[in-house]
Design a binder for this molecule. Structure first.
Ligand code: PEP
Ligand code: MG
Length: 567
């Protein structure tokens, strides 16, 4: 039994498919002298194929305005794959150490990578990531095939991997995968968010997991308890299957009850909307009776289309699909939250969370941003669209975004610009909410990042996951400040971070004066259940006490004990 962190509930039994996305194929095999020529040929063939792949992707990306940057990167990758100094060094290693091509490639790439990472110049350091990418592509050809694609897993698989980047997570096909088990990640890392959106049980944070699971063998992933059973007995499998059918029945009953709107016992109506990442998830709106979409993470459209870009018309179509599906409810579409850990940039050694991310990235790439805003304006005729800006830290950024939105509206000939809101997910935005209110039409509090930045705890790092506590009183005080600022200036305030999908978290938020929550769709029934069982007056009293607490644990205990068996 392997204990990890539970990040998406449910239990699954399925065959393990093990993929190392991050590392290089690095098994070592001794090679006989007469096999050395063959190893060299294998390596050169793989390198040529990798170079051809890069050249093709680069050509495909070139015609596209967003892709031009990407095209240049891919072209450079192709040149590295054919570079004789690099390839010659690997061949030298094969011959001098009499090892297989995979091992020699991994060793040479690692040594060169270390040298580049230690270089003084930032440009040289950036080459390290390029080199790793190239080595991975050559490695994939050596081991027979393309880079592993999560969309092509056999049906009924459980994906066991070292990590899952947002790009790979966006390519998961939930009809093929039953669960995820990862070595790295945290509750609010994007692989975990996607797993919850697709309703896939997931466990993360198990070091050396890939070594402990055997490929193609049935395993159990228990997302309720954060457990992976790599070699289950027949009895364990039987019990797990029974729990799966009980859980299905429980969800069915909850869904029936959740058909009604959430109203607290003392009559306060709370809107419960859905957080979605991809248009394919819209079936969840009906299934879980969501009151529209409170957060659409549009960057996943972009990440999924890489190395191409989704383009104006494809985006417009995707946004229209969402608006039509949500009618008569509103749809909040967040503009690209790219950069940082979401797969574009940063250079090695830079902190992804504090770099060119979210609105900063879009303002630095105005063509990309304007294209998205134009697609949004064009789609806005189809329903109640609200546009949300991620990672805002100052009023000037918001003003710059509004200017571009006005330009996009004029370009697309819409009579009115859609409402423009600000994500409150950085302490500076929370503490300036009263000033941002002059330019923002609404606020949506992103507790995932607000906790990350407010508590200085990396949301995806399992080493500090015990410190990641969105119910920390400092975070609650910021939320309270935003609610007050919204009220004073007549700006609606909602919450779209994962805290809203947690039963205790939802109760605390209502206590702080929030009446609009957006959560991962599978959490909707449970959240509605708890909201209908509490009194808003009572949780307001508790929230007042919570604001005076000094530790997250006090807040958690306070609500758990005082709400009785309700949460
Ligand atoms: C948040 O930060 O709370 C949020 C909803 O955005 P994301 O999880 O995509 O960063
Ligand atoms: Mg965020």
């Amino acid at each position: 039994m392997l204990q990890g962190l539970s990040v998406s509930p449910g239990i699954a039994v399925g065959r393990a498919v093990i993929i190392r996305f991050g590392g290089l194929p690095s098994f070592r095999r001794a090679v006989e002298p007469e096999e050395l020529d063959r190893e060299e040929r294998r390596l050169r063939r793989a390198a040529t194929k990798a170079a051809e792949d890069f050249a093709r992707h680069s050509r495909e990306a070139r015609d596209d305005q967003i892709g031009s940057e990407l095209s240049a990167i891919l072209e450079a990758h192709g040149l590295i794959a054919e570079d004789e100094t690099f390839i010659g060094a690997i061949v030298g290693r094969i011959r001098s150490e009499r090892v297989n091509a995979e091992w020699a490639l991994a060793e040479v790439a690692r040594e060169l990578g270390e040298k580049l990472a230690a270089a003084d110049s930032a440009a040289m350091r950036e080459r390290e990531a390029d080199l790793t990418d190239v080595a991975r592509e050559i490695g994939a050809h050596l081991t027979g095939g393309d880079r592993p694609l999560p969309s092509e897993l056999p049906r009924g698989s459980i994906l066991v991997a070292d990590e899952l980047s947002p790009v790979d997570a966006a390519r998961l096909d939930p009809r093929r995968v039953r669960a995820l088990a990862l070595e790295r990640g945290g509750p609010t890392s994007h692989a975990s968010i996607i797993a919850r959106s697709f309703g896939l049980p997931a466990v993360v944070g198990i070091p050396d997991l890939c070594e402990q699971v055997s490929p193609e063998v049935p395993i159990v992933v228990d997302g309720d308890n954060g457990i992976v059973e790599p070699h289950p007995t027949k009895d364990q499998i039987r019990r797990s299957l029974r729990r799966i059918s009980e859980e299905r029945e429980r969800m069915r009953r909850l869904r029936v009850r959740a058909a009604k709107a959430a109203v607290t016992k003392d009559g306060v109506r709370i809107a419960v909307r859905a957080n979605l990442e991809l248009p394919e998830e819209i079936a969840a709106l009906e299934k879980f009776r969501a009151e529209g979409i409170g957060l659409f993470r549009s960057e996943f459209l972009y990440l999924r289309a890489l190395p191409l870009s989704p383009g104006l018309q494809e985006q417009r179509k995707a946004y229209e699909t969402l608006l039509e599906a949500a009618e008569p409810h509103p749809v909040v579409i967040r503009t690209y939250d790219l950069g940082g850990e979401k797969g574009i940039g940063p250079a090695p050694g830079e902190n992804p969370a504090l770099g060119l991310r979210g609105l900063r990235y879009c303002l630095a790439h105005p063509d990309l941003f304007l294209e998205q805003l134009t697609a949004l304006c064009l789609a806005s005729r189809k329903g109640k669209l609200r546009i949300l800006l991620p990672m805002v830290t100052s009023l000037s950024e918001l003003k710059a975004a509004r200017r571009l939105l006005e330009k996009a509206a004029a370009r697309s000939g819409v009579p009115r610009t859609p409402e423009l809101g600000v994500m409150i997910e950085v302490p500076s935005a929370a503490l300036l909410a009263d000033q941002l209110a002059s330019e923002a039409d609404f606020f949506s509090i992103g507790t995932n990042d607000l906790a990350q930045y407010g508590l200085a705890v990396d949301r995806a790092n399992p080493d500090v996951s015990s410190l990641y506590r969105p119910l920390h009183p400092a975070i609650l005080r910021m939320i309270r400040f935003v609610v007050d600022a919204g009220e004073a200036h007549g700006r609606p305030v909602s919450v779209c971070g994962e805290l809203a999908g947690d039963p205790i978290g939802a109760a605390v938020l209502v206590g702080l004066g929030i009446s609009d929550l957006s959560v991962t769709p599978v959490a909707i029934p449970e959240v509605k259940e708890i909201l209908s069982s509490i009194e808003a007056g009572r949780v307001r009293e508790l929230a007042r006490e919570a604001l005076e607490a000094s530790e997250a644990s006090e807040v958690e205990r306070l609500f758990e004990t005082k709400l009785g068996g309700n949460a």
